[in-house]
Design a protein around this ligand. Structure first.
Ligand code: ZN
Length: 498
């Protein structure tokens, strides 16, 4: 029996043991390759993939269009075909559909784009006494210059004029390409419709790109074409408005089919002119005309950039600084004075040589633009930036970035209102009157129903976070730059400041 067992079972036992051992070894080997080296390889691949966005010594072009609402652009779902060329560009780059500005006005917003500091930190602003961006702040142009870049800016002047500190770090900063000291009074009178400001400035920009394409450069192009008074250069761009329908009733105000005057908007807002739907449609239509006009020329600029053979080593960023309102909360044709989304939701498209077309839905901020550029260029700095690089979001991470924004400072040095946009809610806090507004953006994207008393816990939670952010930033005082009285007078006479 024993022998039988020995002879019959033992070899079978041995066979099974060998099989089990082989399986175990096999399994370990599989495990070794799957969880060991293979995982390591995966991780390395992951890291390599993650680093693939870098573009050392790339040129940087920022196209900043003033007063451009994200929701009036075709790629963002607007019902009119306002932006065929930007839509095409959006198919080539990374589109951030939900980008929000940190301030609803020009100087504080661009100062944030240039420094990655919140407006309550850098304090550059115009309302209630202009404050230029402090020399103490470190701008993206200064950092790029230290890294060997040649920096050029062609702007529409006004709040981005050199006098307000945004020219720091630029080799050339032309502050009034279009809306300049000569044209501004004419624009105000509505007689310069044929001056082709946008066309001329785009040609200057292209000339300078070609002139500097053999060295690494940073170019900032800014234009007010979509800002009041909504001047078009030719009737060709008047495609969403019918001047003939409107002119009889308002013939004393709208005297030029190519211009919507500041005075018209002022008189509507102060109640001197009653606005009917026809007039409102005309004003919105004319705004859309200017977007179409801008788009035509930005399309030309992007085409020329492609022809100039620099796309393989250039980062292009298209953005707006703030929006514009069309009676969503009562007024028309104004910005600066509220923190609702019609003034904060802006376009942002980033294209860099290794970027793949992508649409990002999660919310991001203009304060994140500068850290993203520096990340792509692989430039690290010792200064603290308050924004974050958007590369992890592009690579699929959900960052849940809260958006903090503020209105301009009062003469006592306080912002009037501050806001936080987080978890599909937006809370606006009025620091002067201690009033809280809370909007549930998942049900009320137009911010019309204040639900602060209905969602008390949410309101308290967001208010706490907002006030903590405010307290942490408000006391930082940068050295103030003196704006010369003569400059102030000149800017006042042009209507740049009150
Ligand atoms: Zn602006």
């Amino acid at each position: 029996m024993y022998n039988y067992l020995k002879n019959k079972i033992f070899p079978s036992f041995l066979f099974i043991l060998i099989i089990i051992s082989l399986l175990l070894v096999g399994n370990s080997l599989t495990e070794f390759f799957t969880k060991g080296d293979y995982a390591k390889l995966e991780e390395e691949k992951y890291i390599i993939l993650n680093e693939d966005y870098k573009c050392i010594d790339c040129n940087v072009i920022i196209i900043g269009i003033d007063t451009l609402r994200a929701d009036h652009l075709g790629y963002n779902g607007y019902y009119r075909n306002t932006s065929p060329n930007i839509d095409e560009f959006s198919n080539e780059g990374v589109v951030f559909k939900n980008t929000f500005s940190q301030a609803p006005s020009t100087l504080p917003s661009f100062a944030t784009i240039f420094t990655s500091l919140y407006p309550i930190m850098h304090k550059a602003q115009i309302e209630n006494g202009p404050v230029a961006l402090s020399n103490e702040s470190k701008t993206i142009a200064e950092i790029l210059k230290e890294n060997g870049y040649y920096n050029i800016a062609y702007t529409g002047g006004g709040q981005v004029a050199k006098e307000f500190g945004l020219g720091q770090g630029f080799n050339i900063y032309e502050g009034n390409v279009c809306y300049n000291y000569i044209t501004a009074p004419l624009i105000k009178k509505g007689v310069i419709a044929d001056l082709k400001c946008l066309e001329d400035s785009i040609e200057i920009v292209m000339h300078n790109i070609n002139l500097n394409k053999d060295r690494k450069f940073f170019l900032f192009f800014h234009n007010y074409v979509t800002h009041y008074p909504h001047v078009l250069s030719t009737n060709k761009y008047s495609i969403f408005t019918d001047y003939n329908n409107i002119r009889e009733e308002y013939s004393n105000i709208i005297t030029d089919p190519l211009v919507v005057k500041n005075k018209l908007v002022e008189d509507i807002n102060n109640g001197k002119i009653k606005m009917n739907n026809e007039l409102k449609d005309y004003i919105i239509g004319r705004y859309d005309d200017t977007i179409y006009y801008m788009d035509d020329w930005i399309g030309y600029l992007l085409e020329e950039i492609k022809k100039s053979d620099i796309m393989d080593n250039t980062i292009i960023i298209f953005l707006g600084d703030h929006g514009e309102e069309f009676t969503e909360h009562g007024m028309i044709g104004l910005h600066s004075h509220t923190l609702y989304d019609e003034l904060l939701h802006v376009p942002l498209i980033i294209k860099y040589p290794k970027s793949k077309p992508k649409v990002i839905d999660q919310q991001v901020r203009l304060i994140d633009v500068m850290p993203t550029i520096l990340d792509i260029l692989n430039i690290s700095i010792k200064e603290e930036l308050q924004g974050e690089t958007l590369i992890p979001i592009i690579q699929g991470k959900d960052k849940k970035l809260p958006v903090f924004s503020s209105l301009e400072y009062t003469s006592e040095g306080q912002p009037l209102k501050i806001s936080i946009r987080k978890d599909s809610f937006k809370l606006i806090y009025d620091l002067k009157y201690k009033r809280t507004e809370l909007f549930d953006l998942s049900k009320d994207k137009n911010e019309l129903n204040n639900v602060a008393s209905k969602h008390k816990a949410k309101a308290n939670e967001l208010k706490k976070e907002l006030l903590e952010w405010y307290e942490n930033n408000k006391n930082y005082n940068m050295e103030k730059e003196k704006i010369h009285d003569a400059t102030l007078l000149e800017l006042k006479s042009l209507g740049y400041i009150n």
